[in-house]
Design a protein around this ligand. Structure first.
Ligand code: CA
Length: 423
């Protein structure tokens, strides 16, 4: 009999009602402490279960993992064992943490070795990202950008309702929450009638996105269908796709985003498994015109994830500037993955696919400063009285996300990144 996760189960580890890391979540990440080398952990409440120690102490027997899969800087080795193995591993941890499960609970000595306070841990990049793709799958965002930069009457380009539009980004500059970034420098043309200039970007922006991380895919030449897509998705994290709008605007025709995008993207450190998100699935929008057959899908493939963006000033004053939701996506992950591989492009363990900016239908739910300040024409007023059209040095951008239903909360924690002056 396969153990399944129940919403009424509790853990013997205390979990606050508003904790993102309930027993029903159990996300994976990589952590280290002053005394412990980097290793795989699972978050619960304000604790981390150390999977390396759990393995060494014999709690992960009869699963297809070795110590090296947990004593590592990245989740990739563990993920290479496949979806079924990772699912069984998560269920094993779940079983050990159940309130009526005595094995670990009653062994004080083992508990002391296996449990780490999150406040004592330093989180690292969870995966070694092989390839990174950024989609553009929010209709509201694409429409807003189209109105601002092209034609208000024909805001969406002719392909947008037929193709989950995307581009290949850069994996090397994806960083973990907590790592500051420097304001990027580059070429801009602030005045259309004058030559371009070089200097620090003046229009630095965030993009509120979610990313999914893949398992090993199929050989080059093969495709993954919308039905198969779930089997190739390990989990999701919050994703801040930093953007320098002035650099982007000057460079992007004809080949698309380049230096305005690749200086940094920040992710939250805990990967929430697709299994943990299943119960928050909801129907997506009606897609009209009808999509081509390889993009058709069955069942509910969108997910209800509350999302929030805040700016914290250098003095520590925080203002929430946007409340959006992942459910606003037009194209879902299954369609994105099917489209990405329809031509035979291969995906691999640890690839990262970002959603594109997630803007909701009302201005308070827009997912970038570009839209929130409407190209700088409507400055936002923060709680300390200061104004923002775009981001300032010293600002910290914080994104948070969580699902909640029937008294169960499955959250993502946060991705928080401070902006330092240009180098
Ligand atoms: Ca983006």
């Amino acid at each position: 009999m396969t153990l399944s996760i129940s919403n009424t189960d509790k853990s013997w580890i205390e979990v606050a009602d508003n904790s993102d890391f309930s027993l029903q979540n159990l996300p994976f990440g990589i952590f280290r402490t002053q005394n412990l080398s980097p290793r795989v952990g699972v978050a619960i409440g304000d604790q981390i279960v150390d999977l390396q120690s759990l393995f060494v102490l014999g709690y992960l027997e009869n699963l297809p993992f070795t110590k090296d899969d947990f004593a590592t800087n990245y989740l990739n080795s563990m993920m290479l064992k496949g979806k079924a193995a990772c699912r069984d591993l998560r269920l094993r941890v779940y079983k050990l943490l159940l309130s009526d499960s005595p094995d670990l609970q009653q062994n004080e000595h083992h508990c002391a070795q296996i449990l780490v306070n999150q406040s004592d841990a330093i989180m690292q990049m969870p995966v070694k990202v092989g390839d990174y793709t950024d989609f553009y799958s929010s209709r509201e965002h694409a429409t807003n950008v189209g109105i601002m930069f092209r034609d208000p009457e024909n805001a969406l380009l002719p392909n947008w309702l037929h193709i989950p539009v995307g581009y290949h980004g850069r994996a090397s500059s994806i960083i973990c929450s907590g790592t500051p970034i420097h304001r990027p420098k580059g070429q801009q043309r602030p005045n259309d009638s004058e030559p371009p200039v070089y200097g620090p970007s003046k229009l630095l922006d965030f993009e509120l996105e979610m990313a999914f991380i893949t398992f090993e895919g199929k050989p080059l030449g093969d495709s993954i269908s919308t039905t198969e897509a779930d089997d190739y998705i390990f989990g999701m994290c919050l994703f801040n796709d930093w953007s320098a709008r002035d650099i982007q605007k000057w460079e992007y025709v004809p080949l698309g985003p380049f230096l305005g995008k690749n200086f940094a993207s920040s992710i939250s450190p805990w990967v929430i498994t697709l299994d943990a998100l299943e119960q928050f699935r909801i129907p997506g929008p009606v897609q009209e015109p009808k999509v081509l057959s390889y993009l058709e899908y069955e069942g509910d493939k969108h997910i209800d994830i509350n999302l929030q963006v805040a700016i914290e000033t250098d003095a520590g004053n925080e203002t929430v500037i946007s409340n959006s939701n992942y459910k606003h996506m037009y194209w879902n992950m299954n369609q994105q993955l099917a489209h990405h591989t329809v031509n035979g492009c291969d995906i691999h363990c640890g690839d990262m696919m970002a959603s594109g900016t997630i803007s909701g239908p009302v201005p308070e739910s827009y997912g970038s400063m570009l839209e929130l300040s409407w190209k700088g024409t409507k400055p936002l007023t923060l709680n300390d009285g200061s104004e923002r059209k775009f981001l300032q040095d010293g600002d910290t951008v914080i994104m948070r996300g969580y699902c909640e239903k029937d008294g169960v909360r499955v959250g993502f924690g946060e991705v928080s990144t401070k902006i330092l002056p240009a180098k």
